[in-house]
Design a protein around this ligand. Structure first.
Ligand SMILES: C[S@@+](CC[C@H](N)C(=O)[O-])C[C@H]1O[C@@H](n2cnc3c(N)ncnc32)[C@H](O)[C@@H]1O
Length: 194
């Protein structure tokens, strides 16, 4: 099997299992390793379209928990009773006032800027998104809560990891196998908000 097929097996697996995107397998690997999300949790998912993270989170949190997704793009109904979605920009604080829940157990972010192909520009936009994710964690994540956020290479990670370490007991970097070899993505996993 060549490299392309190894990677593309995740797209095939996503289709077979009824997930809207192969991204689900990145979150699954992170969840298997760090157990970020528990049954009964309320989870806020930033950059949630088309919705594979939400599909997966819905199963973990079960009927006593919930998942709320925000994205610039409309998320077609997932027909899941414990999932709500909102169209909005994560930088627009009005979007958070529409949501009934103010404090979440977990915040996930798979936010990705429109990429230009120029690593330092794309990395810079991803950095800005993640600074906002940290601000959302500051305001809307419970004490003891966990977060995960996608980063793109092309900027100094220390500038993000530093503030994250001030807010969380543990901060780890992970590059799940489901990330395409050609991609500069990885994830910062933040455990136990102080
Ligand atoms: C890789 S996709 C997310 C895939 C998703 N995790 C899934 O499993 O289906 C990244 C998303 O980030 C969204 N996004 C980028 N900038 C945003 C912003 N400022 N506010 C809200 N969503 C944003 C994009 O619209 C895009 O849908």
């Amino acid at each position: 099997m060549n490299k392309f097929n190894v990677q593309d097996q995740y797209s095939k697996k996503a289709r077979e299992q009824g997930y809207r995107a192969r991204s689900i397998f990145k979150l699954e690997e992170i969840q298997d390793k760090f157990k970020l999300i528990k049954s009964g949790d309320n989870v806020l998912d930033l950059g949630a379209a088309p919705g594979s993270f939400l599909q997966y989170i819905s199963k973990i949190v079960g009927e006593n928990g919930g998942a709320i997704g925000i994205d610039l793009q409309k998320i077609e109904s997932l027909r899941l009773s414990n999932v709500e979605t909102y169209v909005g920009d994560i930088f627009d604080d009005k979007v958070y006032t529409q949501i009934d829940i103010d404090q979440f157990d977990v915040i996930t972010s798979d936010l990705a800027p429109k990429t230009s192909g120029v690593a330092f520009m794309d990395g810079g936009r991803s950095f800005d998104l993640n600074l906002k994710v940290l601000e959302v964690c500051e305001k809307h994540l419970k004490k003891g809560g966990n977060a995960v956020m996608k980063i793109l290479s092309g900027f100094s990670e220390g500038e993000l990891v530093g503030p994250a370490k001030q807010m969380f007991k543990q901060v780890r970097k992970m590059r799940p196998k489901a990330i395409r070899k050609s991609s500069g993505e990885s994830y910062i996993v933040c455990l136990k908000k102080i």
